[in-house]
Design a protein around this ligand. Sequence first.
Ligand SMILES: Nc1ncnc2c1ncn2[C@@H]1O[C@H](COP(=O)(O)OP(=O)(O)OP(=O)(O)O)[C@@H](O)[C@H]1O
Length: 256
Amino acid sequence: MILSIDAISKSFGGVQALDGVTFDVSEGTIFGLIGPNGAGKTTTFNMISGMLRPDSGEVRFGGKRLDKLSPDRRAGLSIARTFQHVQLMPGETVIENVMAGAHLRGRSGMMGAVLRLPRQRREELAIRQLATEALTLVGLAKLASREAGELAYGQQRLIELARALAMQPKLLLLDEPAAGLNDAETEALGVLIRRIRETGVTILLVEHAMTLVMGVSDRIAVLDFGRKIAEGSPDEIRRDQDVIAAYLGVPDDDDA
Ligand SMILES: Nc1ncnc2c1ncn2[C@@H]1O[C@H](COP(=O)(O)OP(=O)(O)OP(=O)(O)O)[C@@H](O)[C@H]1O
């Protein structure tokens, strides 16, 4: 298992956002995390990306405890994420935005900049190359020198995705990547997400667009009121009575 979520719980004041959620993600697969509004998807996502720590439970990546690591140590791990809302530098070119992702993993620090210029030049070229490959994968290579802020919204989301890919992640966390996209763009995104998996990247997908999740995920976990109510293949999830009830808003009589 590349990622193991083991009995994580989290409350915010009086709200139990997560209550003992457990699931495992196998390497090289696409794992969908779904659930109605307020189910705890973002909270789970933020615990994997390191923005939040669980009150209890463990998050392990490649066997290492993520929930114990400082933000600095996490930065060295091969986990990249995209955001629900586009976070680009609109005045910079497309490729500069993507290179900003790769820069995070560049090894020349301040001293390197002063003492080893040639090496830094080499790194710069390598980063540019990584960024170009990422842009090619998402289909934006031709727009590399355009200003990011000038592109259409759907393309800006792809720049974000390319920036995450330029980090060469083993695990890619996608937070509602289809938000704001039209049907054709969402379909194209599905093809792209599968293509990214083919390069060996493991993907965790939090998404409301059901057709996308059902179409690309190898496995899906469903959260409702902070608990996992189902896990399985897209077909199993589609037929699951608890899942159907949760989405239809049928009152939960579990605690009878
Ligand atoms: N920082 C916070 N402070 C207080 N309550 C929070 C905080 N973050 C989340 N919550 C609450 O925790 C619960 C789970 O929220 P979360 O955002 O994880 O759900 P979600 O499944 O991502 O929902 P959505 O689909 O609407 O984004 C909700 O009741 C939410 O109001």
